[in-house]
Design a binder for this molecule. Structure first.
Ligand code: G6P
Ligand code: MG
Length: 216
């Protein structure tokens, strides 16, 4: 059994459903470039960095661009994305998240965010969640993308715990792999068919609690 001292949470798709805003912003960009970008295509962008997401989008559209043009388009997409997430409110926190975070606080278990998103500070501020996390490791602090374990190892070290005492919560396949590469156990948020490699898979935090986590 794991001696749980810390929980490290991915942000997008775990704490809040920002995927829909990423999708709208990427789809608008694709429209401007005159090709269709579907929700199915968008699945490939989950957990993937901004620039890699753009590469995938351009591949879908069969478009080749130079580095300067790519940076311009990524910035354009991000401006749009930010205009959506700026309007988010705490109502958009996924069900059960706040009560689970409160339970962890009461139990003395430390918490961190481990996300690829450079917009993490803005999202946490809009959702009024900053006070729930003892450390925030995001795309501004790491250079390696998941499945590289850097983001979670940094989270553990900022909290001062060994990986073996940390549990990761992830909705992306690359994130589950990153957790395992960091030698941490992982709770998958989503469908077992997709996240089968996780040590436990739950549909969300509703009806989830610490005693269930301890079964991991
Ligand atoms: C998360 C999301 C990805 C997103 C990435 C970078 O991992 O799941 O879809 O591309 O963060 O986000 P950013 O806010 O920095 O563009
Ligand atoms: Mg995610």
């Amino acid at each position: 059994m794991t001696d749980i001292k810390a929980c490290i949470f991915d942000l997008d798709g775990v704490i809040v459903d920002t995927a829909k805003y990423h999708f709208i912003a990427w789809r608008e960009l694709a429209e401007e470039l005159r090709f269709e970008f579907t929700e199915e295509h968008n699945e490939r962008l989950k957990g993937v960095s901004r620039m890699t997401s753009l590469e995938i989008l351009l591949e879908v559209g069969g478009i080749t661009l130079d580095e300067e043009q790519k940076l311009k388009l990524a910035a354009q997409k991000n401006d749009r994305y930010v205009s959506y997430i700026e309007k988010m409110t705490p109502d958009e926190i996924l069900p059960g998240v706040v009560s689970f975070l409160n339970e962890l606080r009461l139990a003395g278990i430390k918490t961190a965010i481990g996300s690829a998103s450079k917009n993490t500070p803005l999202i946490l501020e809009r959702l009024k969640l900053e006070k729930f996390f003892d450390a925030v490791v995001d795309g501004n602090k790491v250079s390696e993308a998941k499945p590289n374990p850097e983001v979670f190892l940094k989270g553990a070290s900022e909290l001062g715990f060994e990986p073996k005492n940390c549990i990761v919560f992830e909705d992306a396949v690359a994130g589950v792999e990153a957790a395992h590469n960091a030698r941490m156990k992982c709770v998958g948020i989503g469908f077992p068919e997709v996240l089968g490699k996780a040590d436990m898979v739950i549909p969300g935090f509703q009806r989830f609690n610490l005693s269930k986590l301890k079964e991991i």
